[in-house]
Ligand binder design. Structure first.
Ligand code: NAD
Length: 473
């Protein structure tokens, strides 16, 4: 079901990118210029003091020449916090390929969650340093990598001072709802990492780069499932004869989703108090793994999570179908959410960067392209699997979450379309290639990690890391 209320797009996303996007453009430009690959310099620096805090590298190179032929970034400096993660890595390469000057800031903690819980991505991913080095070799573009924690003010302020971002794209949070519900410790970690990290970013912009535009990843899950249409961030209300436009009410469904709500409130305040330009992107559930740039070399491949903690609905179903595991529908399966292809995630970010929010405003975009229920997804995966000779079964399992399993859901998502987003829809052949991809890597699947093991109702005070990843049979 396509996103409701979509209007014909006013196309302001640069057409040049569509005409000669990404690596195709780079290859053409490089062969014309005969330029060698750019350097990827990463100097080691001392380890920092807190647990899960890793070394910082202050590595800003001289910015590359502003823009290149066939690109439209013009050397614009974009700091990507969380640029080693699923959405961030694809976005970093997408923007770098198009002539933006990209700096990745990441403490690599996502890799640490896998170590904590015994999880692994379906795809073998290279180290952050190797990825960036390989990108330099493949594309001739330099991406700066600064490894450190945004909750560490000393590190973050140094990263800002050295890179001088014009835009900060902030993906750098703990992003799993089940992870936040493992136990008290993981709930506290999620909220402190996410909320405090974002406050640091707000202070860094105010103090060090006051004209810098913040593009912050929120989630559609902030809204919950109200019995009225979901607007893009704000709702005009008439109450006792008076009318105002107010932040849309939030009814988040986990401590993770609540961390995003708190971020939104903090950003809304900072935009007003300090006249910061902020875009809050309430993203839907992302699916897919391939983008043009991440498929350019095996060292650039993106992560793909299928486990019960970090795997998202459609990506999980695809892997389940590929390995002959029944699709695990939670409860009645009427849970409906907004979804988008990772190729649209990266384009939405580019659109937000190219069209910054005005100073003093927290603009909100709902970043998804289609709505599906869990049962819709199971039907689609079953039908597409049959075309590949897979016999796909579905089981309903007790819902580990506390959520409505049948509900009204109609969320608006017109603003990014109005700014030029041309979506990839699930029906455009994506399922076939995603299934083929999962089949290619199916020998890496650990079947024990598929069933959900974190129960919202239990979430104990005692540390439950050992039981979090593998469900009791
Ligand atoms: N993946 C989805 O379907 C989805 C949907 C809606 C919203 N989002 C949001 O998009 C963002 C990115 O999601 P993702 O799937 O790429 O997550 P991810 O876990 O793959 O990536 C997040 C990255 O941020 C880094 N990070 C976390 N805390 C940090 C800190 N304190 N300092 C520095 N780096 C830190 C991690 O190491 C990781 O590389 C998140 O904010 C998430 O909430 C994702």
């Amino acid at each position: 079901m396509a996103c409701t209320g979509v209007t014909a797009g006013r196309i302001v996303e640069q057409r040049a990118a569509a005409a000669m996007p990404g690596l195709a453009g780079i290859k053409a430009a490089r062969s014309a210029a005969g330029k060698p690959a750019a350097r990827a310099v990463m100097a080691a620096a001392p380890a920092r003091r807190r647990t899960l805090r890793v070394a910082a590298t202050a590595t800003t190179d001289a910015p590359p020449a502003a823009g290149t032929a066939n690109s439209n970034g013009g050397g614009t400096r974009v700091m990507i916090i969380g640029g080693d993660g699923y959405c961030g890595w694809a976005t970093a390469l997408h923007l770098s390929a198009r002539g933006y000057n990209v700096c990745i800031v990441d403490n690599l903690v996502r890799r640490n969650y896998d170590l904590q819980l015994g999880l692994d991505t379906l795809t073998p991913i290279a180290s952050a340093h190797e990825r960036v080095r390989k990108w330099g070799e493949v594309s001739g573009k330099h991406i700066d990598l600064q490894v450190g924690d945004i909750c560490d003010w000393e590190f973050l302020s140094q990263a800002f001072t050295s890179f001088k971002p014009e835009h900060v794209v902030h993906f750098g949070e703990q992003r799993s709802a089940p992870y936040s519900m493992i136990d008290r410790q993981h709930a506290i970690y999620t909220q402190s990492n996410n909320v405090l990290g974002t406050i640091n970013v707000l202070y860094a912009i105010k103090e060090l780069s006051p004209d810098c535009h913040l593009v912050k990843l929120g989630t559609m899950g902030e809204y919950g499932t109200p019995n009225i249409d979901i607007e893009e961030g704000y709702l005009t209300v008439t109450h006792n004869g008076r009318t105002d436009t107010l932040p849309y009410p939030k009814q988040a469904g986990s401590f993770y989703h609540l961390s995003k709500v708190h971020d939104s409130h903090n950003m809304h305040f900072a935009a007003r108090a300090w006249k910061l330009p902020i875009t809050d992107l309430n993203q839907g559930v992302v699916y897919g793994v391939r983008t043009e740039e991440t498929m350019a070399d095996k060292a650039l491949i993106n992560r793909y999570d299928y486990d019960g903690i970090f795997g998202t609905a459609l990506n999980r179903f695809v892997v389940q179908a590929a390995v002959g595991h029944p699709l695990t529908v939670y409860g009645k399966g009427g849970q409906t959410r907004g979804f988008l292809d990772i190729r649209d995630t990266v384009r939405c970010i580019q659109i937000a960067v190219d069209n910054p929010a005005p100073k003093g405003e927290m603009r909100v975009f709902n970043q998804f392209t289609e709505q599906f229920s869990v049962n819709d997804l199971a039907r689609i995966v079953t039908a597409e699997g049959a075309k590949l000779g897979l016999e796909v079964k579905t089981v309903s399992i007790p819902n580990p979450r506390v959520e409505a399993e049948e509900h009204y859901y109609n969320a608006k998502c017109t603003k990014l379309r109005d700014l030029g987003l041309e979506p990839h829809f699930l029906s455009d052949g994506m399922m076939d290639s995603l299934l083929q991809f999962a089949i290619e890597y199916k020998d890496r699947v650990n079947l024990e990690l598929i069933k959900p093991a974190v129960d919202w109702r239990k979430s104990p005070v005692s540390v439950a890391t050992m039981s979090a990843a593998v469900a009791k049979q």
